[in-house]
Design a protein around this ligand. Structure first.
Ligand code: UDP
Ligand code: MG
Length: 311
């Protein structure tokens, strides 16, 4: 018989964990397959740790990983997948924006379609403000035009994955993981499930703008080398423009159709233009070199401080 794990990353979620656990357990009790929860406490500095330990002490189906510090949402989910020993896993947020009540339908769809991945697509983005909706829309569409794998639109990490996917995922050694991208990249049979993204039940978002941009940068750099090619194209265009300009000024001088006194404007324009091109190119190169640097260091992606109920 298949077993299910529910992987839930938690960072400073003291306001929502009990309610999240309560609703998840209700769903688990009604399932006809055995299930467990894996909570990853991503270095919270509120009472998340105590609350999770208390829950784990009273329910052996609850496993908890405590990170030694805040490593971020993606490493937390990665740890949950690495530690998962069941045939199926659902990745879910702690804040109930992804309702656990949908799990039975997701499982049913997986079974019916014999899918390896059921990714949940947000039909509405309840609880996300206008800015987040717009940036998310732009991001997903840009991503798709730049990357060689196609990513489903309006999809977060809320999804069901099976053992085949998890085994592949566990082989990845890249340090910064854009998990939904990697799962799309793995392939096999992936089917969508449409749902309504709810409001956070309590607490504030743990994804401020800078973290969102970091995630977007990882997604771009790890899944597309078009920015690199863009640098080459820009450089090439600049050279052509330079040649044309030089030719124009020279001919202008010979035949007298351009201002005989080129003066400052032209020089300054050209210097600024080329300076800009060089800086931009260097910046893009620098970004990739930074990623290479991180990867060659091959540091572990996360460090576990303590494990509960893992035997
Ligand atoms: N999270 C985490 N580490 C972080 C940030 C977030 O484990 O550094 C968890 C958080 O507790 C939640 C999930 O990741 O369960 C998604 O975060 P959040 O709901 O704040 O993001 P939003 O839904 O606002 O994009
Ligand atoms: Mg949320």
């Amino acid at each position: 018989m298949k077993h299910l794990s529910i992987i839930v990353p938690c960072y400073n979620e003291q306001e929502v964990i009990r309610e999240s656990y309560r609703r998840t357990v209700l769903v688990m009790n009604a399932l006809d397959i055995p299930s467990q929860i894996i909570y990853i406490n991503d270095g919270s500095h509120d009472n998340t740790r105590q609350i999770l330990n208390e829950i784990a002490d009273n329910d052996s189906r609850v496993k908890v990983l405590h990170f030694s510090r805040n490593f971020g949402h993606q490493p937390a989910v990665a740890a949950g997948i690495n530690k998962c020993n069941t045939d199926l896993a659902v990745i879910m947020d702690a804040d109930l924006q992804d309702p656990p009540e949908l799990i039975p339908q997701i499982l049913e769809l997986q079974e019916r379609e014999n899918a390896n991945v059921v990714y949940c697509v947000r039909r509405s983005r309840e609880g996300d403000n206008f800015f987040k909706r717009i940036t998310a829309k732009i991001f997903y569409r840009m991503m798709n035009s730049m990357s060689e794998v196609k990513f489903p639109l309006d999809t977060g990490d809320f999804r069901l994955i099976d053992r085949k996917i998890m085994n592949q995922f566990n082989q990845f050694h890249e340090r910064s993981k854009y998990i939904r991208g990697l799962i799309s990249w793995i392939g096999f049979k992936q089917v969508p499930f449409y749902y309504r993204h709810e409001n956070r039940v309590a607490g504030k978002t743990k994804y401020p703008l800078n973290k969102l941009f970091q995630l977007a940068a990882i997604a771009f750099i790890y899944f597309s080398n078009k920015p690199l090619r863009l640098a080459i194209n820009l450089g090439f265009t600049a050279v052509i423009v330079g040649i044309v300009l030089a030719a124009w000024f020279t001919l202008g001088k010979i035949y007298g159709f351009s201002n005989a006194e080129p003066g400052w404007t032209a020089i300054i324009t050209v210097i600024t233009f080329f300076g800009g091109v060089q800086l931009l190119t260097l910046g893009i190169l620098g970004h990739y070199i930074g990623v290479l640097f991180d990867e060659t260091k091959a540091r572990p992606e996360y460090i576990i401080d303590e494990e509960r109920n893992f035997q």
